[in-house]
Design a protein around this ligand. Structure first.
Ligand code: UDX
Length: 468
């Protein structure tokens, strides 16, 4: 079976490599010639576990080709998998111009009946609109070819996308039974492993993707909202998550409190869903609140810093560990670190930044800022005296960093842990001067050298004397 994948971005590349891995012939097409040249050499342009190795194997095995010539792919495939970008426009709606451009070209150049499989995240109703567009274009070109439109949303997480494709919880297909039976064949090797396939209408498949993302984002915003209350009453959000998550109806996943979600999906898809609802005249206060809570939560680290330093951040030197929106990716899109960095620069702070893989991405975003020092390692962030250390991403190397050596260099400087990387008892044992984390009591060692926990509405000045 020959599958053409249009778009060699995150979703397209992982899908192309994985379809080749399960035995299909795949052509991955993208108009970005530089990217195609890189891929042809077997070099992986994105940071993704397992992908570089699998990419090389599939190219060497002769199952995967890359081309910048879209026509080459169209003429050879019967399954056209659309994985082009759908960036947000100013009003939050998705820009579908790339999806339409591929549809137009397929309608002009396809020589055999085929499936137009939409993997890009598109608003509900796009499949129907594309179907009408394809029909009109095919008729306009007097083409005898039939192209059916199927929705096949992806649920891959950055950092574990290959795993999420090859070991998916489920495969969702939306379209007519006839079209779906043809697409099922492409997934047969995964179905044979017992991965469930759920077939539904195209509209339902389109909405399922948004509903799943909104539910996950909702859980994150929910627990972050709870963490605000926990902070004020001196409760511990980890204990609350454990208590809630033990209820099988709730479960423990996606209830990790922190400084908000980011990435290419939750924020963008959430806003697109709100936009869809508004265009249908539907009020969606709950969906609105998910994003609003998330925006508020991204200010958490700055709020702690302002409280600690009585709103004087001018010329303070702040270290930041972690720039990517989550660990195991170099993606900084909508990362909480961006909000922290912007506010601190605006307040006149000096920053020492480090991320294990996202430094190039952040350097491209913030070139040559005189208040920023780009550090080579987590150690080098703390090697010069700091006024505070902020942890914005829970990379493994930060979570396993020796707290006692951290205390030895930080001295009186607080740790503002936006990802709850450390156990409070370990923090106490290491005699950390000030440790602020999300939804958990503040830990501080002050005065007589003893360490105490308090609710975070207590404020401290830098000498370590508490005041309410
Ligand atoms: C998400 C969906 O999980 C995936 O199914 C969809 O296809 C794309 O969007 P991704 O953006 O890669 O994947 O990240 P994910 O691992 O889901 O995390 C999203 C964000 O939520 C991250 O910023 C993460 O830090 C945050 N998060 C997640 C929390 O703050 N708490 C949690 O408990 C879980």
């Amino acid at each position: 079976m020959m599958i053409a994948v249009y778009g060699a971005g995150y979703v397209g590349l992982v899908s192309a490599v994985c379809f080749a891995k399960i035995g299909h012939q795949v052509i991955c097409a993208d108009i970005n010639e530089e990217r195609i040249t890189t891929l042809r050499h077997g070099d992986c342009p994105i940071y993704e576990e397992q992908l570089p190795q699998l990419l090389k194997e599939q190219i060497l095995g002769g199952r995967l080709q890359f081309t910048a010539d879209i026509s080459y792919a169209i003429k050879r495939a019967t399954i056209h998998l659309i994985a082009t970008g759908t960036p947000s426009m100013l009003d939050g709606s998705a820009d579908l111009s790339q999806v339409y451009a591929v549809a137009t070209q397929i309608a002009r150049e396809a020589t055999a009946d085929g499936l137009f499989v939409i993997k890009s995240t598109v608003p509900v109703g796009t499949g129907t609109a594309i179907e009408a567009h394809l029909k009109a274009e095919l008729a306009h070109n007097d083409s005898p070819v039939r192209i059916e439109v199927v929705s096949n949303p992806e649920f891959m997480r950055e950092g574990s996308a290959v795993h999420d494709f090859l070991k998916a919880d489920r495969i969702i297909l939306g379209g007519t039974p006839e079209a779906l039976s043809r697409l099922k064949m492409a997934y047969q090797p995964l179905l044979a492993q017992g991965i469930p396939m759920i077939c539904m209408s195209r509209q339902s498949a389109e909405l399922t993707k948004y509903a799943a993302n909104a539910m996950l984002a909702c859980r994150v915003s929910f627990i972050n909202q709870m963490s605000r209350i926990a902070e004020q009453v001196g409760a511990n959000i980890d204990e609350i998550t454990q208590g809630m998550g033990a209820d099988r109806r709730i479960g423990p996943h996606f209830l990790q409190a922190g400084i908000g979600y980011g990435g290419s999906c939750f924020p963008k898809d959430g806003r697109a869903l709100v936009q869809t609802a508004r265009s249908l005249g539907i009020e969606v206060p709950m969906l609105d609140a998910i994003d609003r809570v998330n925006r508020m939560q991204k200010n958490w680290a700055n709020e702690q810093l302002n409280k600690h330093f009585n709103h004087v951040l001018q010329n303070k030197t702040i270290g930041i560990w972690g720039l990517s929106f989550k660990p195991d990716t170099d993606d900084i899109r909508e990362a909480s670190s961006l909000v922290i960095i912007d506010s601190l620069l605006a307040a006149g702070a000096k920053l020492r930044l480090f991320d294990p893989v996202a430094m190039p991405a952040m350097q491209a975003y913030l070139p040559h800022h005189e208040s920023i020092t780009w550090c080579r390692s987590a150690d080098s962030v703390v090697s010069d005296p700091l006024d505070a250390l902020v942890i914005a991403t829970e990379w493994h190397e930060f979570k396993t960093y020796s707290l006692s050596s951290l205390q030895a260099v930080l001295l009186n400087a607080p740790i503002i842990d936006g990802r709850n990387c450390f156990d409070l008892s370990a923090v106490e044992q290491a005699n950390i001067s000030f440790y602020y984390s999300v939804g958990r009591p503040t830990v501080t060692a002050f005065c007589k050298g003893s360490t105490v926990r308090t609710a975070t509405h207590h404020e401290y000045n830098v000498s370590g004397v508490t005041s309410k």
